[in-house]
Design a protein around this ligand. Structure first.
Ligand code: GMT
Length: 384
């Protein structure tokens, strides 16, 4: 198949999923065309079968807000025509599904079928999509999509309830490449690799996000401040975003700044995650929680909040621990308990990897997308 993929190319879970999907599809022999305003950050431009098409957005003095969604629709239609695309797959409904809808109409007027699949990721439904200024158009574009997938059952239910769409929504969970996200099973090697982050007797707690308020990075720092009173540990914060400076201030105020590594944005998170003992994900809301899955594949259980689609990924007490949002005391107590009970932690580490392998490996999930594309194509492009 020749598939056009559109996503937000910057740091963010939906862009990561879209990019990894493109890479996996190309590895299966499909031709993948990314169409976006800049190259998705996990693409290195060298993969066979992957092409990138930039969307130029002209700015005129008259345009206080340059219409990216229109430029995107034009580019989608052009790329579909020039490269004979079979379908478009857009990640994050706003505005990508609207642009895809326009591209489909433009090509239909020329007698060409170009169906599109919309994958819902989270705040496109739970936050942005419910903003009155975006709701009607988002609902319309979801309803008009030739196929709609969501990354968790939670998000499907939320979309059906809040948007009242009647189109069936297929749940295709997020995935991880279980051959790239791997634990370091050689203990001596792992111990050696951890040394640049922590002393041998220190635990390593990790957090990975785009540091937006929804991630509650300040809770990560507060939890760590309590943990470190009881157990020698270091905190490694991976990522950057609006709440980074507040987190740095808080770390200073709590007197724990020297125990925290603020690493900023990192490309190869698969090399960092296996060094951690635990991942912290105390988010206000997660429709899935991709960072936790990536950690689990590396045998790192997550301490997370019982929100959105997280319980579909993490089984409380088995593959991680789940708490109420903001319950810093309980999270800290749970972490301290686990770090002091090495055999329980070890069992949880094994379970986390096993869950990733049995339910969320790209080798299992990507064929689900391919099958879904085939169904959509058969339905949408029937010969007259
Ligand atoms: O909604 C967002 O935070 C944006 C979105 C993104 O593009 O980063 O994240 C969502 O999609 C991720 C990938 O599917 C999920 O793992 C996140 O749980 C989800 N975020 C939220 O629901 C808050």
């Amino acid at each position: 198949m020749r598939i056009g993929i559109t996503c937000y190319p910057t740091y963010g879970g939906s862009g990561v999923v879209a990019t990894e999907l493109g890479i996996e599809l190309a590895a299966l022999g499909h031709e993948v065309h990314f169409i976006s305003y800049s190259q998705p950050f996990r693409l290195n431009g060298r993969d066979n079968g992957i092409f990138y098409h930039e969307v130029p957005v002209s700015s005129y003095p008259l345009f206080e807000f340059p219409p990216y969604d229109l430029a995107l629709a034009s580019r989608m239609a052009e790329v579909a025509e020039f490269y004979d695309l079979d379908l478009l797959h857009v990640h994050y409904a706003i505005p990508h599904s609207v642009s895809a809808l326009l591209a489909r109409q433009m090509l239909a007027a020329r007698g060409r079928c170009l169906p599109f699949v919309t994958t819902l990721h989270g705040t496109d439904i739970t936050l942005v999509g419910l903003d009155r200024s975006y709701l009607p158009i988002t609902r319309y574009a979801i309803q008009e999509s030739d196929g709609v997938t969501s990354i968790s059952s939670y998000l499907r239910e939320k979309t059906l309830e809040d948007f009242g769409v009647t189109r069936p929504i297929e749940v295709v969970p997020n995935f991880v490449n279980c051959n790239v996200y791997v634990p370091i099973d050689d203990e001596a090697k792992r111990a050696q690799a951890r040394l640049h982050l922590a002393a041998p007797d220190e635990a390593i707690l990790m957090h990975l996000s785009n540091f937006r308020p929804v991630k509650r990075v300040l809770d990560v720092v507060r939890v760590f401040a309590k943990v470190v009173r009881e157990v020698p540990a270091k905190l490694v914060l991976v990522g950057d975003g609006p709440d980074r400076s507040s987190a740095e201030w808080l770390a200073h105020d709590l007197g724990i700044h020297s125990r925290i590594h603020f690493l900023g944005k990192q490309d190869k998170v698969n090399e960092l995650l296996p060094l951690a003992d635990l991942m912290l994900m105390p988010s206000e809301l997660e429709s899935f929680g991709l960072a936790a899955l990536e950690a689990m594949a590396c045998k790192v259980p997550a301490i997370a909040t019982r929100v959105g689609g997280v319980p579909e990924l993490i089984e409380d007490g088995v593959t991680g621990l789940l708490y109420s949002v903001g319950d810093v005391d309980a999270m800290a107590a749970g972490i301290i308990g686990l770090l002091k009970d090495r055999s329980r932690l070890e069992a949880m580490r094994e379970n986390a990897r096993k869950t990733a392998q049995t339910h969320f490996c790209s080798s299992l999930v990507v064929p689900h997308y391919v099958k879904y594309y085939e169904q959509v194509l058969a339905r949408a492009c029937k010969p007259a």
